[in-house]
Design a protein around this ligand. Structure first.
Ligand code: CIR
Length: 254
């Protein structure tokens, strides 16, 4: 059984943090409708949904992925790299405490969940403007005793590690090689995004099914060509806030 923790879209989403893209007007009504469709898709794929209430004054609060990293044994509660996002964390920690022991990242560590790629017992953490070496050391200290290997990896040109690479199958990665070096993942199969779709490397896998933005039809063809099952979702308004499909949920095996 899987539980998906989501949070309603904030009225203030238009004032979100932006790092690598230009600000464009966001239609909150459309963003909410797209988020509802995402919630319904996760439910139809077997997730039980926990929908946290809107935090109207926290523009980026819909992007719950950045506030925690959920593993089988525990959940790491992050200290987001953007100070504006730190007040998002306590309510997510409360929701997760029902399911997992919590380990909190402490200052001067900063880390966003979007920088953490868990592949079995391997944990890759992007060294980005949001996630630093102090946090990587704290994660390693918490996870080494549980048998995980934790590695910091360089990322350039995008917000998070998972903007550049995500799992799209048990041993298969979807990668934008302009933003991360695929050679860092020697034991994995690699599908590269279409060069015309640089933001296309973020996919959410649920029991072998891929939840994938309709914005990237060329890369979708590459996933289908590998025999992967793809469920499309339009998150174009949330993409204007530099968000993608993994960012909007925390998936907890329950
Ligand atoms: C931010 O800059 O923090 C938000 N506007 C977007 C966060 C997207 N989160 C993610 O990719 N995990």
């Amino acid at each position: 059984m899987k539980t998906a923790i989501l949070r309603e879209v904030s009225a203030s989403l238009g004032r979100c943090e932006l790092t690598h893209i230009e600000r464009e007007p966001i239609d909150i009504g459309v963003a909410r409708a797209q988020h509802n469709a995402y919630e319904r898709l996760l439910a139809s794929l077997g997730c039980s949904i926990v929908l946290l209430p809107e935090q109207p004054e926290l523009p980026d609060a819909v992007f719950v992925e950045d506030t925690a990293v959920v593993l089988t044994e525990l959940a790491i509660i992050t200290r987001p790299g953007a100070p504006s996002r730190r007040p998002e964390v306590p309510s997510v920690a409360t929701a997760l405490a029902r399911h997992r022991r919590l380990v909190h990242i402490e200052a001067p560590g900063t880390i966003d969940g979007g920088d953490v790629l868990v592949a079995g017992k391997e944990v890759f953490i992007g060294r980005t403007g949001r996630s630093n070496g102090h946090a990587i050391e704290q994660v390693a200290r918490a996870l080494h005793p549980l048998g995980y290997a934790v590695r910091g990896v360089p990322v350039s040109g995008c917000l998070h590690l998972k903007s550049a690479v995500t799992l799209c199958g048990p041993d298969m990665l979807l990668v934008n090689p302009a933003w991360i070096n695929p050679a860092l993942f020697p034991c994995k199969g690699i599908i590269e995004v279409d060069p015309l779709e640089p933001h296309a490397a973020n996919a959410l896998v649920l029991d072998g099914r891929i939840i994938y933005p309709s914005l990237f039809p060329r890369t979708r063809e590459r996933l289908l060509a590998q025999g992967l099952t793809v469920h499309e979702i339009d998150l174009s308004e949330l993409a204007k806030a530099e968000g993608a499909v993994t960012c909007c949920s925390l998936i907890v095996e329950t």
